[in-house]
Write a protein that binds this ligand. Structure first.
Ligand SMILES: *Cc1c(COP(=O)(O)O)cnc(C)c1O
Length: 346
């Protein structure tokens, strides 16, 4: 159990002692000059896991998506994404502001784009219409409560985009959670997209960083764009070293986070004044709807009990489990909510 039970996000996870040691001992060089052996080791390690030719270490998932969009969509071309996609809603409008990309959002069941609908919207470009250059999918889907995109959907999207000459990008910020829940291998997920961006700093507990993956030509271009955005870093092996530990040691325990999320969600489902938004808790994220008052009131009362969650809309609250909250924190949170919401808690 922890002093504060922080369910706001898995980004709050702190580097583990093993990471701190690896960081202290990391062999480093100037990575902009291509001299940092630890960064190279991380990039090769992650590329290998997903069966991709090359990787590029970037400071954040946002920059990972951004350089992936910039490298594959020219100004005035179109990118298709699900309407609640992180890269459209939570990244400062980068696709348009930085790269001049047109964005077409489409509705998706639990965050999964419908391949038939996407097929209707892929356009070759003409005198009047923009050319569709990229389809972006998100797995797991953050705003749809950590939903895992079904393998069949990903396969259909891959076949469709190949056939129509459009690129497919997978925002795999939490692909590790998707693989843990679905049993699909990282290599298979890698084979289903042209490019991927995967986060080290969420459930895997690294302090900083994501890795962008794809073929060598794409990664060369992404490297130029990373530099353009100011994301070229020097002796950054001190951070990449934590990323290596994250990938090698932290993936195996994610099922624990998923079990804690289910426990917390099931307990909360029995409390008055709350209803679950979305039926399934597949991974480490879920949303609840407050039925009696604003979400921020509940969040405020919880914070007085040293339990943190995020209000994400008038009636919507998000809870995320991770390495730094445990079974005891879940039980304490349920007991506190039982008191706050008035009974029915056991
Ligand atoms: C967190 C997240 C990102 C990017 O995260 P950063 O905070 O920029 O590292 C991208 N996509 C999804 C789905 C995410 O959840």
């Amino acid at each position: 159990m922890h002093e504060v039970a922080d369910f706001r996000s898995d980004t709050v996870t702190r580097p583990t002692p093993a990471m701190r040691r690896a960081m202290a001992e990391a062999e480093v060089g100037d990575d902009v000059l291509g001299d940092d052996p630890t960064v190279k080791r991380l990039e090769a390690l992650v590329a290998g896991l997903f069966g991709k030719e090359a990787g590029l270490y970037v400071p954040s998932g946002t920059m990972g998506n951004s350089v992936s969009i910039g490298a594959q969509v020219r100004p005035g071309e179109e990118m298709i994404a699900e309407e609640w996609a992180h890269c459209v809603n939570f990244e400062g409008g980068a696709a348009g502001a930085v790269w001049g990309a047109m964005v077409r959002t489409l509705p998706g069941g639990r965050g999964a784009l419908d391949p038939d609908l996407v097929a209707k919207w892929i356009r070759p470009g003409s005198l009047h219409t923009p050319r569709t250059a990229l389809v972006a999918v998100e797995n797991t889907h953050n705003f749809h409560g950590g939903a895992v995109v079904p393998l069949g959907t990903l396969r259909s999207l891959r076949d469709l985009t190949r056939e129509r000459g459009v690129r497919l990008h997978l925002d795999g910020a939490r692909i590790w959670n998707a693989a843990t829940a679905s049993g699909v291998t990282l290599r298979e997920y890698g084979s289903l997209a042209d490019t991927l961006s995967v986060c080290l700093s969420k459930g895997l507990c690294a302090p900083v960083g994501s890795v962008v993956l794809g073929d060598r030509e794409f990664i060369d271009r992404a490297r130029q764009l990373r530099k353009r955005l100011g994301g070229g870093m020097r002796q950054v092996g001190v951070l990449a070293a934590a990323g290596i530990v994250a990938v090698e040691e932290m993936r195996g325990r994610l099922a624990e986070d998923h079990a804690n999320a289910r426990l917390l969600a099931d307990g909360m489902a029995r409390l008055p004044g709350l209803e679950r938004a979305g039926e399934l808790v597949e991974t480490n994220i879920f949303f609840v709807r407050t039925t009696r008052g604003p979400a921020r009131d509940l969040v405020e009362r919880l914070s007085k009990e040293r339990i943190l969650a995020l209000a994400m809309g008038e009636r919507l609250c998000r809870f995320v489990t991770h390495h730094d909250v445990d079974h005891g924190d879940v039980e304490r949170a349920l007991a506190a909510m039982g008191r706050i919401l008035g009974g029915g808690g056991s």
